[in-house]
Design a protein around this ligand. Sequence first.
Ligand SMILES: NC(=O)c1ccc[n+]([C@@H]2O[C@H](COP(=O)([O-])OP(=O)(O)OC[C@H]3O[C@@H](n4cnc5c(N)ncnc54)[C@H](OP(=O)(O)O)[C@@H]3O)[C@@H](O)[C@H]2O)c1
Length: 303
Amino acid sequence: MQAMDGKALAAEIRTGLADTIRKLKEQTGRVPGLTVVIVGEDPASRGYVRSKHKTASELGINSRILELPETVAPARLIDEIHNLNQDGDVHALLVQLPLPGGMKTWEILNHMDPEKDVDRFLPVNLGRIMLNETSLFPCTPAGILALLDRYRIEVTGMNAVVVGRSFIVGKPIAAMLTNRNATVTICHSKTRNLDALVGEADLLVAAIGRAGFITADMVKPGAVLIDVGTNYLHDREEVEKHCSPIQKKRFEKKGYGIAGDIERAAYEKAAHHTPVPGGVGPMTVTMLMANTVELFKRQLNSS
Ligand SMILES: NC(=O)c1ccc[n+]([C@@H]2O[C@H](COP(=O)([O-])OP(=O)(O)OC[C@H]3O[C@@H](n4cnc5c(N)ncnc54)[C@H](OP(=O)(O)O)[C@@H]3O)[C@@H](O)[C@H]2O)c1
C-alpha cells in the first residue's frame, strides 16, 4: 500500500516550471500570460480562480482575471473572448465553469481560440486526444498520468475502470489510458453491475462526487486507486465516516472536512492509492501551469 504524493510531485513540477519561465524570460524578454474569465459570484468558482491566480503569479506567469457580472449578455462575453484571442500577451485562456444558469457552455467556449484553450476542453482538443495526436491534456487527467509516471505504473494491458464520464475527467482520462494500451471500461449512473466491473479493475479512477462511494469490498486486491473525488462534508456523521484524522480536525476548526470517492479502508487492499486531499487535487492546478508554459512556447515558435 503506497500513497501517491501529489502534493510533493506538484511542488517539484512547480519548481521546474518557475525555472523554465525565468530562463524563457531571459531569452525572449517575455513571460507566459494566463487569463481566467469568471462570470458571476459563485464562491467555489471564485476560490478556484483565486488559487489559480496565486499559483500562476508565484511562478512568474503574467496572470490576469477578467471578472464579469452574472447578468452579462452572452454577446458581450463572446466579444471579450474574441479580444483575448487577439491579445498577444495572452497565451493561455480559460473560462471558469460552470457558467451561470441560462448560458449555454459550448456556445460560449467554442469562441475561444483552440490554441489558447489551456483546459484542453474544446472539441478539437478533445478530438486530438481521441486520435492520440497531442501531448497536451486537460489538467486533472494530465495530473493523473504524471502521478502514474512518477510511481512507474505501467498501464499497458491493465483493466482500467473509470467511474464518471464528465468531459473534464472521465472521458479524457479513459481515452488517455486507452492510448497507453490499457483496456478501459467507463461506468456512470446507468451502469449495471458496477460492483462486478469495479472488482475487475487493476486501475480504478473514481470521479463521481460522492464520498466513499467505492467501498473497500468492491476493490480488487493489489489495484491502483486514483481518487479524483473532492467532497466537502459538513455533517459530523459523514465526516466521522469518510475523512482522515487531519480532515476531522479541520472539521472541528472550520466546519467542513474533505473526503474522496473511495472509502479509506480500500487503501489497505491497494498497491497504490491517491489520498484525498493531497493526491490528484494539487496536480490539477500544477498541470494548468504546465499547459500555460507549453502554450507560450508553442506560440513563441509559431510567431
Ligand atoms: N481533484 C481535482 O482536481 C478535481 C478536478 C475535477 C473534479 N474533481 C472532483 O471529482 C468529482 C467528479 O467531478 P466531475 O466534474 O467529473 O463530475 P460530474 O460532471 O458531476 O460527473 C460525475 C459522474 O459520476 C457519475 N455518477 C454519479 N452517480 C453515480 C452512480 N451512482 N454510479 C455511477 N456513476 C455515477 C455520473 O454519471 P452520469 O453521467 O450518468 O450522470 C457522472 O458521469 C467531484 O467530486 C469533483 O469535485 C476534482
